[in-house]
Design a protein around this ligand. Structure first.
Ligand code: AKG
Ligand code: FE2
Length: 208
């Protein structure tokens, strides 16, 4: 897990933004990936649609007592997988420990969204605002290919681009909790962690 040498360089980009490049060592990335792939076996990745009916370019699943879903009825958190009807697999202890270390909080996230970016998938600029308590931070872990992450203040204004590489951790909290952010593109073949290529992003949140 995090070594003392892993420094937060996020606040220089946007107040309240946490960015810890290289938080997870390559062996820890491989261990976490194994765990996530086992969860995906239980709760298969699927392609959600926007409330307007457009398919997302990322594929998604979740871990935790609640999972974020999108369909014609809107965005929401729900306790079951929309296709299998089964509860989501548990959030692995390694991610609960990472949440505690990154946030300094004693509570636990109840939702972990799993996004898989392949075949030029991206994610438009948005705010994370489907959580009941938007005071709690959002913590995200990157695995696999490097992403070009765009982030800017909640109320508009200039955005900055940050590279998120495998093992990097970032957080949106305080004044950055409602920052606008998105993934412009993923740099193909920039990592060999994931067989078949691509990027997996894990987003820990307190949904309820
Ligand atoms: O893939 C990422 O790094 C960001 C994902 C994201 O913003 C989200 O799922 O809300
Ligand atoms: Fe987001």
């Amino acid at each position: 897990m995090a070594e003392a040498a892993v420094r937060d360089i996020g606040a220089g980009i946007l107040p309240g933004f946490g960015l810890w490049p290289g938080w997870l060592s390559p062996p820890d990335q491989a261990t976490l990936l194994e765990t996530v792939l086992a969860a995906i076996d239980e709760a298969p990745l699927y392609q959600p649609v926007t409330p307007g009916g457009r398919p997302f370019s990322v594929r998604m699943t979740n871990m935790g007592s609640l999972g974020w879903v999108s369909d014609r009825a809107g965005y929401r958190y729900q306790p079951t997988h929309p296709e299998t009807g089964r509860p989501w697999p548990a959030i692995p202890p390694m991610l609960l420990a990472l949440w505690a270390e990154a946030t300094g909080r004693e509570d636990q996230p109840d939702a972990c969204l799993v996004n898989l970016y392949r075949n030029s998938a991206k994610m438009g600029l948005h705010q994370d605002r489907d959580e009941a308590d938007m005071g709690a931070p959002v913590v995200s872990v990157s695995l696999g290919d490097t992403a070009m992450f765009r982030i800017g203040p909640a109320d508009g204004g200039r955005t900055a681009t940050v590279r998120l590489a495998s093992g990097d951790v970032c957080a949106l909290s305080g004044p950055a909790r409602l920052a606008r952010h998105g993934i412009d593109r993923v740099l193909e073949e920039s990592s060999r962690l994931i067989a078949g290529g691509g990027r997996i992003n894990l987003t820990l949140r307190k949904a309820a």
